[in-house]
Design a protein around this ligand. Sequence first.
Ligand SMILES: [Zn+2]
Length: 436
Amino acid sequence: MSIIHSPRQETISREELEQLQIERLQSTLNRAYRNVAFYRSAFDSHGVHMEQIKDIRSLRDLPFTTTEDLRRSYPYDMFAVPLRDIVRIHSTAGTTGNPIVVGYTRNDLRNWTECAARLLAAAGITEHDVVQIAVDYNLFPGAFGFHQGAEQIGASVIPTSLTTSIQRQIAIMKDYKTTALVTTPGYAINIAAGLEELQVHPERLQLKLGLFGGERWSDDLRAQLEARLHVVSIDTYGPTEVMGPGVAGECRMRHGLHINEDYFIVEVIDPKTLEPLPSGQEGELVFTTISREGFPLIRYRTGDITSLDISPCSCGRTFARMSRVTRRTDDMVFFHGLGFFPSQIEAILREVLGNTPHYLIIIDREAGVDRLEIQVEITEKIPSLDEIKTLETLRARVTRRIKALLDIEPVVSFVEPRSLRQSAGAPSRVVDRRLG
Ligand SMILES: [Zn+2]
């Protein structure tokens, strides 16, 4: 069991929490309306009247904010305070357009540190820990959030970076007696491989905890990391636009990530109808910040797919828990009016074939009729008739499983080994020819 960093807040009753949320929401809305032209015109065109926002339910009367809205405000148009009150600036990468620039006031930094400290304490970190942060200290807020939070708790912080060599990371880990590693899951697996290569057995390290975040990671990868690094792994969540690390994180129960609900109001919406969904149902996560001064967000659509559990956790915390994010709305594929994710196809292939093959989902329109094909790479060449029969059985099994679970009927075909490999960049799992 871990120590609750701020017990009064983190174990608040839902009734008391909602009271606090509505008060903070009202003042956020007033400030956003007064100081940010975007919100003023969005509220006006939606006929929003501040005096009508009396309880949490009335949140649904407010318009959404999208990533595109934030990009268009580049660099400072979303700031709700003058630049002289901003003490820190971070930004997103902006690989597909303008970056989103995020400003923090002194109070914002203090609140961020508090949120991150809660998350680290929930993970089990105390003043006795040595925390190695292998995240870059740059425009991204990642490293800073964890750094501030760990210092607040009183742990010993070792700031490293993703460009530090793996060999050096391992030497630091060994010599400085690191007990907790904070990094991305992708980098953690490189460290695990490095340990094996250098023949450093994890037993010889003091490492016991891994906090991973910043990218989506599967349960498979999680099991691998725990086995190869000998750590308990903790998932963390914190988009840059919303604040950075500290928004949400797992406690030691690891049944969802506790969201710091005294700083954020969360909703889960149907990404197609945009209607709020009841807790427990899966949909797109939407954030409203209720304490941020520099960069308030009203009903910001994250694109991340999750579900909420508002029942109190056995760790004692009452803040809602979100399920681990493994999918986004922007990779959702719509076919015959139904939505599914490539990751769901992948899970079925893994279940039937016993491994995760390379695959490609192709959607075509022939004479006005949509057709879904799934090409699956076989691992070896098909030499004999027996194996062709086996493939035929597998093909039928995959098709049946997809029909049963997703209610869609694909054409499944097996293709030669290495015919689907991507040459460079992120692998695209979907080719949609309906778009022209
Ligand atoms: Zn908990």
